[in-house]
Design a protein around this ligand. Structure first.
Ligand SMILES: NC(=O)c1ccc[n+]([C@@H]2O[C@H](COP(=O)([O-])OP(=O)(O)OC[C@H]3O[C@@H](n4cnc5c(N)ncnc54)[C@H](O)[C@@H]3O)[C@@H](O)[C@H]2O)c1
Length: 343
C-alpha cells in the first residue's frame, strides 16, 4: 500500500468510521483491518435499530480497533471522537426507506444534520471525509439509462432526500472550505451481517422459517445488486485515491427484478415459490435504479464477485450462522411493515 498522506497515527492512518456496527460498516471495518496492517479504526455508532454488536465480535480483540457508543447528532461526541483521526468515513444512517416514510424527521436528523456535524469536525481539524451515499439520490432511472455522477438529484423517499441533502452539504464544504471530501454512491448491497428487515436477508430467513415472503406490488421493480465486499473495496480506494471533491458511482451491473431475486433465493434453499406473497406497494416506490460506474473503474476498481456466486455464498452464510440471526428473528422478520397488507 502507498504511504498514507495523513500520518497522525502511529499506524498509517487512523480512521473514524461512523455507523460501523451496521451491515456495510461492519464489513468495511473487517475489510480495512485485514487489507491494511497500518490502519487504526475508531467505530462510533449509536447502536440504534439496524445495528448489531455481534457483527464485529471477531475483531473486538484486535488492538487496532476501538468502539465508542455515541450519536453523530451530538457535536461534542463527534468532536471528541474525531480528535485523533486522520479521516472520517460516514456510514451512520437511518438506512431503511420504509422507516423514513414512517418517521422522516429521524432520517433527516441523522442522515443530513448528523453529516453537518461530521463536516464541521473535519473543517476544524482539516480531516479527510468520505460520505457513503446511495443510487437513490438520483431517483428512478428511465429504461435503458444509467445515471452518471453529473446527473441531477431527484430523490423520491424521505430517506433518499436526506441522503441527497448530505451529498449537497459535502459538495458545499469542499467548494467553500476546500475540505478533502469524497462521495461514493452505491447501488443495493447484499452479503453477510445485513439486518433482516432488508429484502435479501428477510427473504432468506423467512424462507428458512417457512413464513410468507412479502413482495411489494408486482415485484417487477429492478435493483442493481452489489456484493458488500466489492463496495467496501470501492470506499477504501476512493478514500485513498479519489479526487478531493469527487463523486464516484459504485455499481456492479447486476440488474435483477425483485421477484426473480426472491425466486432464486427460494431455489437455492429448495423452498416452494408459493411462499411469495404480493403485498401493497410502498408509496413512492422507484421502479428502477441504474448507475454508470466508469469513473470509479478508471481509478482501478472492478467488482470481484459475480452475482450468482455471491448470492449463493450469502444464502449459505445465513444458513450456517443461525447464532447471528436467531436473536434478531423477532418483529423485523416475523412482522410486516405497516403497509405490507395483502392486496
Ligand atoms: N445497504 C445498502 O444497500 C446501501 C446502499 C447504498 C448506500 N448505503 C448507505 O450505506 C450506509 C450504511 O448502510 P447499512 O445498510 O450498513 O445500514 P445499517 O442500518 O445496517 O447501519 C447503519 C448504522 O448506523 C448507526 N446509526 C444510525 N444513526 C446513528 C447516529 N445518529 N449516530 C451514530 N450511529 C448511527 C446504526 O446504529 C447502524 O449501526 C448508509 O449511509 C446507507 O445510506 C447503503
Amino acid at each position: 500500500m502507498a504511504a498514507a498522506p495523513y500520518g497522525r497515527s502511529r499506524f498509517g492512518m487512523r480512521i473514524l468510521v461512523t455507523g460501523g456496527m451496521g451491515f456495510i460498516g461492519s464489513n468495511l471495518i473487517r475489510y480495512l483491518l485485514s487489507a491494511h496492517e497500518d490502519v487504526e479504526i475508531l467505530n462510533l455508532d449509536r447502536l440504534s435499530h439496524g445495528s448489531n454488536p455481534a457483527n464485529l465480535r471477531d475483531v473486538e480483540s484486535d488492538g487496532r480497533y476501538e468502539f465508542l457508543r455515541g450519536d453523530i447528532c451530538d457535536f461534542e461526541t463527534v468532536k471528541a471522537a474525531a480528535r485523533d483521526a486522520d479521516a472520517i468515513i460516514n456510514l451512520a444512517a437511518e438506512s431503511h426507506v420504509d422507516r423514513s416514510i414512517s418517521n422522516p424527521r429521524a432520517s433527516f436528523d441523522t442522515n443530513a444534520m448528523g453529516v453537518l456535524n461530521l463536516l464541521e469536525a473535519c473543517r476544524l481539524r482539516d480531516l479527510a471525509f468520505q460520505q457513503v451515499s446511495t443510487d437513490e439520490v438520483y431517483g428512478p432511472a428511465p429504461e435503458g439509462r444509467s445515471f452518471s455522477e453529473g446527473d441531477g438529484l431527484d430523490p423520491s423517499s424521505p430517506y433518499a432526500a436526506s441522503k441527497a441533502s448530505a451529498d449537497l452539504l459535502v459538495r458545499a464544504y469542499h467548494r467553500t472550505y476546500g475540505l478533502r471530501a469524497t462521495i461514493t454512491r452505491s447501488t443495493n448491497n447484499f452479503g453477510p451481517y445485513q439486518f433482516p428487515e432488508k429484502l435479501i436477508p428477510k427473504a432468506i430467513l423467512r424462507a428458512l422459517l417457512g413464513l410468507p415472503i412479502p413482495i411489494y406490488g408486482s415485484g417487477r421493480q429492478r435493483r442493481d445488486w452489489i456484493y458488500v465486499l466489492d463496495h467496501c473495496e470501492a470506499i477504501d480506494l476512493v478514500l485513498r485515491r479519489g479526487e478531493p471533491g469527487g463523486i464516484y458511482n459504485v455499481s456492479a451491473g447486476n440488474e435483477v427484478e425483485n421477484l426473480e431475486l426472491v425466486e432464486r433465493i427460494l431455489g437455492l434453499l429448495g423452498r416452494p415459490r408459493s411462499l411469495i406473497a404480493h403485498v401493497r406497494d410502498r408509496p413512492g416506490h422507484d421502479f428502477r435504479y441504474s448507475l454508470d460506474s466508469s469513473k470509479l473503474r478508471a481509478l482501478g476498481w472492478r467488482p470481484r464477485h459475480g452475482f450468482g456466486e455471491a448470492l449463493e455464498r450469502t444464502v449459505k452464510w445465513y444458513v450456517e450462522n443461525e447464532w447471528w440471526w436467531r436473536p434478531l428473528a423477532d418483529e423485523r422478520v416475523l412482522h410486516p411493515t405497516p403497509w405490507e397488507l395483502p392486496w
